[in-house]
Design a protein around this ligand. Sequence first.
Ligand SMILES: [Fe+2]
Ligand SMILES: [Fe+2]
Length: 290
Amino acid sequence: MTGTVSQYVANIDNLPVLPEIAQKVIALADAPRPNIAELADLIQKDLSITANIFKLINSGYFSLRREIADVRQAVVLLGLQQVRNLVVTMVSVNHFEEPPGSPLKLANFWDHCLGVATITQSLAQRFKFGEAPNLYLAALLHDVGKIIIQCHYPDDLSQIVDYMEQNHCAMVQAEQAILGFTHAEIGGVLAEKWQLPSSVCEAITYHHQCQKANDHVFAAILQFADFITKGRLQAVYGDQFTDVVFDDEPCWKILKQRFAAQNIDFERLLLEMDDEIDKARELVRQARGS
Ligand SMILES: [Fe+2]
Ligand SMILES: [Fe+2]
């Protein structure tokens, strides 16, 4: 056992930061009276982010009828929160570095995170859940605690990996046994340090135990999207022993109950999500600028 999760994060010398532009864009977009001109100027200063955003917007990803070539126009058409999320996506995917020999491959890691982010958007739409923009942000960064363990605590990572392999258990169980907490809680502490919205920090903290979150519906959508993505797109290192029976999962029970009026057909919902996976692949491609 290693002390508290806060100490674990506080003991890191060069704590990973969200790049300044992402933090500024979040602050500007979430301000009580957002200044669109200021936001657009800030984004346009970064040519590669701007180019990647336009490529994505005009790729058919958003099914817009006309070509967009101006950040202000993008904000008007897509909304501030959507543009905020695009910037944070483009910045995050290309920001963190992978230590040599690491079992957690960052390319796979971001494929997974963008898959979960895309699926949460689509579930939020399907359920008519109003918090979609923050859900996207939470989904994009939900597993960021894994980066902390792999980059800053390689000895812990190898103990966790050994434990998982010996016990054929999920990474969260191994983390709990070795550290006394999980990557979800580590990610939550980091998200607070990055001053992300409180609903985002909470959902990251509870993305493996949505029933414990105050807003357990928000966290349940994230956890459900995580399960769907693991099964369909890309599992991150540490997910390979996860076997899910949806009927037993609190996230599915919570969603079924909360959205009972919508008579959700589970099998159909999963089929609908298959289409979203292609969108996630497009997002991954554009975010990498490839
Ligand atoms: Fe996770
Ligand atoms: Fe995940």
